[in-house]
Design a binder for this molecule. Structure first.
Ligand code: GUN
Ligand code: FE
Length: 428
C-alpha cells in the first residue's frame, strides 16, 4: 500500500502528553503523514513495513521547544542592566535600545542573529514582541517566515508614560496595528500577527479600547504583561483604583481571553485574578529566568497548575539572559523549590517532567496541536545526541533528566517543524 508523504523516524522517543510523567519509547517509531503525527509505536505496524525509516539510532527524539514570551529588540541587551528592577531597567536600558529599531538596517542585523539563535536552541515556535515600529515589525515577520520557524509577532503599543522617543499617538498606534494585521494575517501558516499592548502603564484607556476592538474584529490573539512587579502593580492600581485586579482591566477592554491570550509573569496574581484567567482560558507565561534576574519575584507555579490554569515557559529575553529553554527549565524547577521552602513546604516543587511539559506542550498548546507526539499533532521535533554527557549506563528517564541539567542546545542535531527538517536559516 503506498503511503503518500509518509515519514517514519526511529529513535528513543520521549514526550509528555501529560505533565506528571515522561512517556518513553525505547527504540520506538514515529509515523508522520503530511507533517502530522499519525502515532508513536513500540514496534512498527505491518502496514508501514515497506516505507524507508529515518533511523536516529541511540539518539533521542523530543518535541520542539516553544517560547511563550520574548522581546526580539532586546536581544542585544542580554546580560545587561540586570542590577536594576523592572521599571528602572525599562527606562534606563530597554527603551533606549528599542528606540533604535526605527533604523531598519540595525533591526535587520539584530533579527538575523536572533532568528539563527532561535533555530540553534530549538525554539521552534515563539511568541515575539517587537517594538512600536511598524516597518521593523513587518521585517521581523517576513524574516521569521523565511526561516521556516513558527510564531506570533506583535507590534508593541505604547502611547502614555513612555519616553518621548518611544511613544506613539493613540491614533497612529491603532492604525498601524490594524495595518500590520491586515498585511500579515494570511501571509503564512506558521507565523501570525498578535496584538501586543506593552502593559497597562504604557497604554491609554482609548488605546486599550481600540486594541480590544481589533482583537475582536480580526479574531487575533493577545499578549501582554501581568502582575510582574510590585512597583508596576502600584502604578496600575493608581491608574485604575476601582478595578478589583490588574487582570480585570485587560478583561474590561476585551484583552483577557476574549481571543486566545497569553499573560507573562503573573507572579502576584491573587485568587481572584487567577480565577478570571482560568474562566477565560488565559495562558500564563512563566518566565523564571527573567523573574530572578530582575528580582521581580517568585511565581508560585504550583498554585496555577493546581487550579488548572494553562502555563507555558517564556525566556523573556532580555529580562532572561538566554533564549535556550534548558536554563529556563532549570530556573523553573529552582524557583519552585524556593517557593516550596517559603511556603512551609506546602507547594510541591516542579518535577523534571512538569518543567519539560511547560517548555513543550504547555507553551505549544497556544500554537495549536503542538508540543507532544500525540496523534494529529504537528510533527515539531528535536533530535538529541547526548553521547558526550553519558558517563554511566543511564536509562532513558535518567538521560532526559540529565540532558536538561548537564546538556544544552549543543546536543540538538536536527529540528523538524510540521514534518520539515529545517536547515539553519540563511539571510542575505
Ligand atoms: N513590562 C513591560 N515591558 C516589559 C518588558 O519589556 N519586559 C518585562 N520583563 N516586563 C515588561
Ligand atoms: Fe516581557
Amino acid at each position: 500500500m503506498p503511503h503518500y508523504k509518509t515519514q517514519i523516524y526511529k529513535g528513543h522517543i520521549i514526550d509528555t502528553p501529560t505533565m506528571e510523567q515522561y512517556r518513553i519509547y525505547e527504540n520506538g517509531y514515529i509515523v508522520v503523514e503530511d507533517g502530522k503525527v499519525v502515532d508513536v509505536f513500540a514496534t512498527l505496524p505491518e502496514a508501514y513495513l515497506d516505507i524507508p525509516v529515518s533511523n536516529y539510532g541511540d539518539n533521542i527524539i523530543i518535541p520542539g521547544f516553544n517560547d511563550l514570551h520574548i522581546h526580539a529588540p532586546q536581544f542585544p541587551n542580554r546580560g545587561l542592566c540586570l542590577d536594576e528592577p523592572l521599571m528602572e531597567w525599562l527606562f534606563d536600558c530597554t527603551f533606549p535600545l528599542e528606540a533604535k529599531f526605527i533604523d531598519l538596517e540595525f533591526a535587520k542585523k539584530v533579527y538575523r542573529v536572533l532568528i539563527k539563535e532561535l533555530w540553534k536552541v530549538g525554539n521552534l515556535r515563539s511568541l515575539i514582541y517587537n517594538t512600536i515600529h511598524y516597518d521593523a515589525t513587518l521585517l521581523l515577520f517576513d524574516m521569521l517566515v523565511q526561516s521556516g520557524l513558527g510564531g506570533y509577532i506583535g507590534k508593541v503599543n505604547m502611547d502614555i508614560e513612555s519616553p518621548e522617543y518611544l511613544r506613539e499617538s493613540t491614533k497612529q498606534s491603532l492604525l498601524e496595528t490594524e495595518q500590520f494585521i491586515i498585511e500579515t494575517l494570511y501571509k503564512s501558516d506558521l507565523v501570525k500577527p498578535i496584538i501586543a499592548p506593552r502593559f497597562v502603564p504604557s497604554c491609554s484607556p482609548e488605546l486599550l479600547t481600540g486594541l480590544g476592538q481589533l482583537a475582536q474584529k480580526y479574531q487575533v490573539p493577545v499578549m501582554s504583561h501581568l502582575s510582574e512587579e510590585l512597583n508596576e502593580i502600584k502604578i496600575v492600581k493608581q491608574m485604575y483604583p476601582s478595578f478589583p485586579t490588574y487582570g480585570s482591566i485587560y478583561n474590561y477592554f476585551g484583552l483577557f481571553g476574549q481571543t486566545p491570550t497569553v499573560m507573562a509573569h503573573c507572579i502576584y496574581s491573587n485568587k481572584e485574578e487567577r480565577a478570571l484567567m482560568k474562566k477565560n482560558g488565559v495562558w500564563a507565561a512563566h518566565c523564571p529566568s527573567s523573574n530572578l534576574n530582575l528580582g521581580s519575584g517568585l511565581m508560585p507555579v504550583r498554585i496555577f497548575l493546581n487550579e488548572g490554569i494553562k502555563v507555558g515557559l517564556g525566556s523573556d529575553v532580555a529580562g532572561g539572559g538566554t533564549l535556550s529553554m534548558f536554563p529556563s527549565i532549570i530556573d523553573a524547577i529552582s524557583t519552585s523549590k524556593l517557593v516550596w521552602l517559603f511556603s512551609g513546604k506546602m507547594l510541591t516543587p516542579l518535577s523534571s517532567s512538569e518543567a519539560f511539559y511547560m517548555a513543550t506542550k504547555g507553551s505549544g498548546s497556544f500554537f495549536g496541536n503542538v508540543g507532544s507526539f500525540e496523534p494529529g499533532n504537528d510533527f515539531d521535533a528535536l533530535v538529541i545526541d547526548d553521547h558526550d554527557i553519558l558517563q554511566l549506563d543511564y536509562n532513558l528517564q535518567e538521560r532526559i533528566e540529565r540532558l536538561l541539567y548537564v546538556g544544552s542546545h549543543e546536543n540538538i542535531i536536527a529540528r523538524f517543524v510540521q514534518g520539515r527538517n529545517l536547515p539553519e536559516p540563511i539571510f542575505d
